[in-house]
Design a protein around this ligand. Structure first.
Ligand code: AR6
Length: 349
């Protein structure tokens, strides 16, 4: 996916460009700046001395030296005071200038720390939102893979209310699933009726009716299936994942590019899916497209099924996805924040 949020030490990222959270002197400091200078070696400081500093909200580029990247982009974020001194505009500008420099040097992969969110005191949740919004706006127009590298979990936290709502939703669904699951009821009832050797419906309650219909229809269904040749059966193959995806994109009125960008899927992967009718995507990819298309829960399940997956109530990841779809929130990044808060793997990470 073009924008990924990962937890790592940024000096370990193997990318074309690593962004540094520097200060106006560009001569090194603490935090991520200190880590980068230590890992890059003294040659970096020598080059930085030739740059003549840098304004807040801007960035300058150097070589990567001993780091596993070609370039280092030294961005100078604002010190946070109270949010009323142009901090946001300066922070947005840092990301924009850094991305423009990376693009100029034809970088395909770039890693950012959460600029200003350490020593400069920008509230981490706001700093993260600005990073995500600015980078994703850039990615709507440009092909690049950008990593936001998070060092500590605090930077990535959802509101208490959302956390509680999701926690309750998970609890409710676990309870439903494990106490009165329909298929479990059906299995128990089947066992009961098999013992009694009963095939007719007893028509006394809902479950009995359903069992009656299933058991009565079964012999006919088996006979019909036997009569159908394998060729016939195969000729009735359903719409594939890729076909459904392309149909849904057309129905939504979105262009292909609008859809894969909203899904945070890169163009190459989308082309593969489009050109291969039988392409089997990973589950996160299939979910990302369903979210981009703002499909209902039923349609999402249908689309996942075509890729060989399901949304079950047996794991938190699936329940969290379901929670967001039911609430009409299709924002992949907000969903990732919630997945992170519940220690689940992220979409696209
Ligand atoms: N990898 C990824 N993220 C990191 C790392 C790391 N190795 N180390 C820290 N962070 P900061 P600022 C996170 O303080 O707020 C320097 O002295 C950290 O948790 O490095 O922009 C400069 O010279 C935080 O979320 O940068 C400036 O004077 C984020 O990186 C000043 O600090 C940024 O924290 C800049 O302050």
């Amino acid at each position: 996916m073009p924008l990924q949020i990962v937890r790592n030490d940024i000096t370990k990222m193997e990318v074309d460009a690593i962004v540094n959270a520097a200060n106006t002197s560009l001569l090194g400091g603490g935090g991520v700046d200190g880590c980068i200078h230590r890992a890059a070696g003294p040659e970096l400081l020598a080059e930085c001395k030739t740059l003549g500093g840098c304004e807040t909200g801007s960035a300058k580029i150097t070589k990567g030296y001993h780091l596993p990247c070609k370039y280092l982009i030294h961005a100078v974020g604002p010190r946070y005071r109270d949010g009323k001194h142009g901090e946001k505009e300066k922070l947005v500008s840092c990301y924009k200038v850094s991305l423009a420099l990376a693009k100029e040097r034809k970088c395909e992969t770039v890693a950012f720390p959460l600029i200003s969110s350490g020593i400069y005191g920008y509230p981490k949740d706001q700093a993260l939102r600005i990073a995500i919004d600015t980078i994703s706006a850039f990615l709507l127009e440009n092909d690049m893979t950008v990593y936001i590298v998070i060092f500590d979990k605090k930077a990535y936290q959802i509101s208490e209310k959302l956390f509680t709502d999701i926690a309750e939703y998970i609890d409710d669904n676990y309870v439903d699933e494990h106490t009165d699951d329909y298929s479990e009821r059906l299995r128990r009832m089947n066992a009961f009726h098999a013992n009694e050797n009963v095939y007719e419906t007893s028509a006394c309650d809902e479950a009995d009716d359903e069992i009656g219909m299933l058991t009565a229809a079964a012999p006919m269904a088996v006979a019909a299936e036997k009569a159908m040749s394998l060729d016939d059966a195969l000729s009735q193959i359903d719409e594939s994942f890729s076909e459904m995806l392309l149909r849904k994109i057309d129905e939504s009125g979105m262009t292909d590019a609008e859809c894969y960008k909203k899904a945070n899927i890169d163009r190459k992967l989308f082309s593969k899916i489009r050109s291969d009718k039988l392409y089997k995507p990973s589950k996160p990819t299939a979910i990302a497209f369903a979210l981009a298309l703002e499909l209902s829960l039923e349609e999402t399940k249908d689309m996942l099924m075509k890729a060989g997956f399901a949304l079950s109530h047996s794991n938190k990841f699936d329940i969290i996805i379901e929670y967001f779809i039911r609430n009409g929130n299709y924002n992949v990044f907000e969903i990732n924040e919630a997945l992170f808060a519940f220690d689940q793997s992220l979409l696209g990470a």
